[in-house]
Write a protein that binds this ligand. Structure first.
Ligand code: PGA
Length: 250
Protein backbone atom coordinates (compact mmCIF):
# COMPACT_ATOMS: atom_id res chain seq x y z
CA UNK A 1 0.00 0.00 0.00
CA UNK A 2 1.14 3.52 -0.70
CA UNK A 3 -0.13 5.84 2.02
CA UNK A 4 -0.46 9.60 1.82
CA UNK A 5 -1.45 11.68 4.84
CA UNK A 6 -2.62 15.12 3.75
CA UNK A 7 -3.13 18.05 6.06
CA UNK A 8 -6.91 18.36 5.77
CA UNK A 9 -10.02 17.34 3.85
CA UNK A 10 -9.33 19.67 0.96
CA UNK A 11 -5.76 18.44 0.47
CA UNK A 12 -6.97 14.82 0.71
CA UNK A 13 -9.65 15.56 -1.90
CA UNK A 14 -7.20 17.22 -4.25
CA UNK A 15 -4.72 14.35 -3.98
CA UNK A 16 -7.50 11.79 -4.60
CA UNK A 17 -8.74 13.79 -7.58
CA UNK A 18 -5.24 13.89 -9.10
CA UNK A 19 -5.04 10.09 -8.90
CA UNK A 20 -8.44 9.70 -10.61
CA UNK A 21 -7.63 12.34 -13.23
CA UNK A 22 -4.29 10.65 -13.85
CA UNK A 23 -6.12 7.39 -14.53
CA UNK A 24 -8.43 9.08 -17.04
CA UNK A 25 -5.60 10.93 -18.80
CA UNK A 26 -3.57 7.72 -19.02
CA UNK A 27 -6.56 5.70 -20.27
CA UNK A 28 -9.42 7.92 -21.55
CA UNK A 29 -11.70 4.88 -21.91
CA UNK A 30 -11.06 3.61 -18.39
CA UNK A 31 -13.64 1.96 -16.16
CA UNK A 32 -14.00 3.80 -12.88
CA UNK A 33 -15.53 2.21 -9.80
CA UNK A 34 -17.12 5.12 -7.98
CA UNK A 35 -18.22 5.78 -4.41
CA UNK A 36 -20.64 8.13 -2.68
CA UNK A 37 -20.71 9.78 0.74
CA UNK A 38 -19.00 12.79 2.27
CA UNK A 39 -15.53 11.46 1.52
CA UNK A 40 -15.46 11.73 -2.30
CA UNK A 41 -17.51 14.94 -2.58
CA UNK A 42 -14.44 17.17 -2.53
CA UNK A 43 -12.58 15.05 -5.06
CA UNK A 44 -15.56 15.17 -7.42
CA UNK A 45 -15.56 18.99 -7.13
CA UNK A 46 -11.95 19.06 -8.31
CA UNK A 47 -12.73 16.72 -11.20
CA UNK A 48 -15.68 18.90 -12.26
CA UNK A 49 -13.47 22.02 -12.07
CA UNK A 50 -10.75 20.44 -14.17
CA UNK A 51 -13.36 19.29 -16.69
CA UNK A 52 -14.77 22.84 -16.90
CA UNK A 53 -11.26 24.16 -17.48
CA UNK A 54 -10.92 21.76 -20.41
CA UNK A 55 -8.27 19.65 -18.71
CA UNK A 56 -10.24 16.44 -18.41
CA UNK A 57 -12.85 14.61 -20.46
CA UNK A 58 -15.09 11.76 -19.34
CA UNK A 59 -16.55 11.15 -22.79
CA UNK A 60 -15.13 7.64 -23.13
CA UNK A 61 -15.14 6.76 -19.40
CA UNK A 62 -17.40 4.02 -18.05
CA UNK A 63 -18.43 4.05 -14.42
CA UNK A 64 -19.82 1.47 -12.04
CA UNK A 65 -20.93 2.51 -8.56
CA UNK A 66 -20.40 0.53 -5.39
CA UNK A 67 -23.84 0.60 -3.85
CA UNK A 68 -27.36 1.95 -3.55
CA UNK A 69 -30.03 2.02 -0.87
CA UNK A 70 -32.86 -0.46 -1.32
CA UNK A 71 -36.16 1.33 -1.79
CA UNK A 72 -34.88 4.73 -2.93
CA UNK A 73 -35.73 5.92 -6.43
CA UNK A 74 -33.07 7.72 -8.50
CA UNK A 75 -35.05 10.93 -7.95
CA UNK A 76 -34.80 10.64 -4.13
CA UNK A 77 -32.27 13.22 -2.97
CA UNK A 78 -30.54 10.68 -0.71
CA UNK A 79 -30.25 7.97 -3.34
CA UNK A 80 -26.75 7.32 -4.56
CA UNK A 81 -27.85 7.74 -8.18
CA UNK A 82 -29.01 11.25 -7.26
CA UNK A 83 -25.71 11.88 -5.47
CA UNK A 84 -23.70 10.84 -8.52
CA UNK A 85 -25.79 12.96 -10.88
CA UNK A 86 -25.59 16.06 -8.71
CA UNK A 87 -21.95 15.74 -7.63
CA UNK A 88 -20.38 14.53 -10.86
CA UNK A 89 -22.30 13.16 -13.83
CA UNK A 90 -24.47 16.23 -14.52
CA UNK A 91 -21.38 18.46 -14.65
CA UNK A 92 -19.06 16.45 -16.91
CA UNK A 93 -19.29 14.93 -20.38
CA UNK A 94 -19.77 11.33 -19.31
CA UNK A 95 -22.32 9.48 -21.49
CA UNK A 96 -25.35 8.74 -19.28
CA UNK A 97 -25.65 5.18 -20.63
CA UNK A 98 -22.06 4.55 -19.55
CA UNK A 99 -22.86 5.10 -15.87
CA UNK A 100 -24.16 2.30 -13.65
CA UNK A 101 -25.49 2.56 -10.12
CA UNK A 102 -27.30 -0.42 -8.58
CA UNK A 103 -31.08 -0.17 -8.94
CA UNK A 104 -32.52 0.31 -5.47
CA UNK A 105 -36.03 -0.37 -6.78
CA UNK A 106 -35.33 -3.67 -8.48
CA UNK A 107 -38.11 -6.22 -8.05
CA UNK A 108 -35.68 -9.08 -8.68
CA UNK A 109 -32.64 -8.38 -6.50
CA UNK A 110 -30.91 -11.75 -6.98
CA UNK A 111 -31.04 -11.50 -10.77
CA UNK A 112 -30.08 -7.84 -10.63
CA UNK A 113 -27.01 -8.57 -8.49
CA UNK A 114 -25.91 -11.44 -10.75
CA UNK A 115 -26.26 -9.18 -13.80
CA UNK A 116 -24.30 -6.39 -12.09
CA UNK A 117 -21.40 -8.76 -11.45
CA UNK A 118 -21.63 -10.17 -14.98
CA UNK A 119 -21.44 -6.63 -16.37
CA UNK A 120 -18.35 -5.82 -14.26
CA UNK A 121 -16.72 -9.08 -15.38
CA UNK A 122 -17.58 -8.29 -19.01
CA UNK A 123 -15.63 -5.03 -18.65
CA UNK A 124 -12.61 -6.97 -17.37
CA UNK A 125 -13.28 -5.47 -13.90
CA UNK A 126 -12.73 -1.82 -13.11
CA UNK A 127 -9.46 -0.02 -13.74
CA UNK A 128 -9.63 2.08 -10.60
CA UNK A 129 -11.95 1.60 -7.65
CA UNK A 130 -12.54 4.56 -5.36
CA UNK A 131 -13.49 3.59 -1.80
CA UNK A 132 -14.47 5.38 1.36
CA UNK A 133 -14.58 3.44 4.61
CA UNK A 134 -17.18 3.28 7.35
CA UNK A 135 -16.35 3.87 11.01
CA UNK A 136 -16.92 0.14 11.42
CA UNK A 137 -14.49 -0.67 8.62
CA UNK A 138 -17.07 -1.37 5.92
CA UNK A 139 -16.15 -0.82 2.27
CA UNK A 140 -19.02 -0.34 -0.12
CA UNK A 141 -21.75 -1.62 2.16
CA UNK A 142 -19.84 -4.79 3.03
CA UNK A 143 -20.56 -4.68 6.74
CA UNK A 144 -18.52 -6.52 9.41
CA UNK A 145 -19.59 -10.15 9.64
CA UNK A 146 -18.46 -13.76 9.71
CA UNK A 147 -17.27 -13.96 6.12
CA UNK A 148 -16.34 -11.82 3.16
CA UNK A 149 -19.11 -11.88 0.54
CA UNK A 150 -17.80 -12.17 -2.98
CA UNK A 151 -20.84 -11.29 -5.09
CA UNK A 152 -22.96 -8.16 -5.36
CA UNK A 153 -25.66 -8.70 -2.77
CA UNK A 154 -28.42 -7.19 -0.66
CA UNK A 155 -27.06 -6.17 2.74
CA UNK A 156 -28.77 -5.47 6.04
CA UNK A 157 -27.12 -2.24 7.14
CA UNK A 158 -25.34 -2.28 10.49
CA UNK A 159 -26.95 -0.19 13.23
CA UNK A 160 -23.75 1.89 13.34
CA UNK A 161 -24.08 2.60 9.60
CA UNK A 162 -27.70 3.67 10.03
CA UNK A 163 -26.57 5.95 12.90
CA UNK A 164 -23.75 7.41 10.80
CA UNK A 165 -26.00 8.05 7.79
CA UNK A 166 -28.95 9.44 9.76
CA UNK A 167 -27.37 12.89 9.37
CA UNK A 168 -28.48 12.91 5.74
CA UNK A 169 -32.14 12.09 6.46
CA UNK A 170 -34.94 13.93 8.25
CA UNK A 171 -34.91 11.25 10.95
CA UNK A 172 -33.12 7.98 11.75
CA UNK A 173 -36.31 6.11 10.87
CA UNK A 174 -36.06 7.40 7.31
CA UNK A 175 -32.67 5.74 6.71
CA UNK A 176 -33.17 2.64 4.55
CA UNK A 177 -32.32 -0.58 6.38
CA UNK A 178 -30.89 -2.37 3.36
CA UNK A 179 -28.65 -1.65 0.42
CA UNK A 180 -27.33 -3.38 -2.67
CA UNK A 181 -23.56 -3.51 -2.51
CA UNK A 182 -20.81 -4.73 -4.77
CA UNK A 183 -19.11 -7.65 -3.09
CA UNK A 184 -15.45 -8.20 -2.43
CA UNK A 185 -14.99 -10.03 -5.75
CA UNK A 186 -15.69 -6.94 -7.83
CA UNK A 187 -13.80 -4.65 -5.46
CA UNK A 188 -10.70 -6.84 -5.26
CA UNK A 189 -10.87 -7.47 -9.02
CA UNK A 190 -10.08 -3.78 -9.61
CA UNK A 191 -6.67 -3.17 -11.11
CA UNK A 192 -6.06 -0.30 -8.72
CA UNK A 193 -7.83 0.78 -5.52
CA UNK A 194 -7.93 4.25 -4.04
CA UNK A 195 -9.07 4.31 -0.41
CA UNK A 196 -9.83 7.76 1.00
CA UNK A 197 -10.90 8.86 4.47
CA UNK A 198 -11.05 11.98 6.57
CA UNK A 199 -11.83 12.78 10.18
CA UNK A 200 -10.85 11.37 13.54
CA UNK A 201 -13.84 9.02 13.60
CA UNK A 202 -12.23 7.08 10.72
CA UNK A 203 -8.80 6.68 12.39
CA UNK A 204 -9.53 3.22 13.87
CA UNK A 205 -11.04 1.93 10.62
CA UNK A 206 -8.01 3.15 8.65
CA UNK A 207 -5.61 1.58 11.13
CA UNK A 208 -7.56 -1.69 10.91
CA UNK A 209 -7.64 -1.62 7.12
CA UNK A 210 -3.93 -0.89 6.78
CA UNK A 211 -2.36 -2.88 9.62
CA UNK A 212 -5.07 -4.91 11.37
CA UNK A 213 -5.77 -8.64 11.24
CA UNK A 214 -7.25 -9.52 7.86
CA UNK A 215 -10.75 -10.44 8.88
CA UNK A 216 -14.37 -9.88 7.79
CA UNK A 217 -14.81 -8.23 11.19
CA UNK A 218 -12.98 -5.27 9.61
CA UNK A 219 -13.95 -5.58 5.92
CA UNK A 220 -11.41 -2.95 4.80
CA UNK A 221 -8.58 -5.18 6.03
CA UNK A 222 -9.01 -7.33 2.89
CA UNK A 223 -7.31 -4.51 0.98
CA UNK A 224 -3.98 -5.65 2.46
CA UNK A 225 -4.22 -8.56 0.00
CA UNK A 226 -4.55 -6.31 -3.06
CA UNK A 227 -1.32 -5.53 -4.91
CA UNK A 228 -2.10 -1.95 -5.91
CA UNK A 229 -3.75 0.18 -3.23
CA UNK A 230 -3.27 3.89 -2.63
CA UNK A 231 -4.54 5.19 0.72
CA UNK A 232 -5.16 8.93 0.99
CA UNK A 233 -6.27 10.30 4.34
CA UNK A 234 -6.19 13.56 6.22
CA UNK A 235 -4.16 14.01 9.42
CA UNK A 236 -7.14 13.16 11.63
CA UNK A 237 -7.96 9.89 9.84
CA UNK A 238 -4.24 9.07 9.64
CA UNK A 239 -3.48 9.90 13.28
CA UNK A 240 -3.39 6.26 14.41
CA UNK A 241 -1.19 5.29 11.48
CA UNK A 242 1.25 7.97 12.56
CA UNK A 243 1.09 6.82 16.19
CA UNK A 244 1.74 3.23 15.08
CA UNK A 245 4.77 4.36 13.07
CA UNK A 246 3.39 3.11 9.74
CA UNK A 247 5.58 4.39 6.93
CA UNK A 248 3.90 6.87 4.63
CA UNK A 249 4.80 8.46 1.29
CA UNK A 250 3.73 11.96 2.24
P1 PGA B 1 -18.66 8.83 4.28
O1 PGA B 1 -19.05 7.29 4.19
O2 PGA B 1 -17.79 9.09 3.09
O3 PGA B 1 -19.98 9.55 4.20
O4 PGA B 1 -17.96 9.02 5.56
C1 PGA B 1 -18.06 6.37 3.87
C2 PGA B 1 -18.60 4.98 4.05
O5 PGA B 1 -19.48 4.78 4.91
O6 PGA B 1 -18.15 4.06 3.33
Amino acid sequence: MRIYIEKDYDAMSRRAATVIAGEILHNPACVLGLATGSTPEGAYKYLVDWHKQGLLSFKDVLSVNLDEYVGLAPSHDQSYRYFMQSNLFDHVDIVPENTRVPDGLTKAPAAFCADYDAYIRSLGYVDMQLLGIGRNGHIGFNEPGDCFVKETHVVDLAESTIDANARFFASRDDVPKQAISMGMGAIMGAKKILLAASGEEKADAILGAVTGTISPRCPGSILQLHPNVVVIVDEAAGSKLRAAGVSVCG
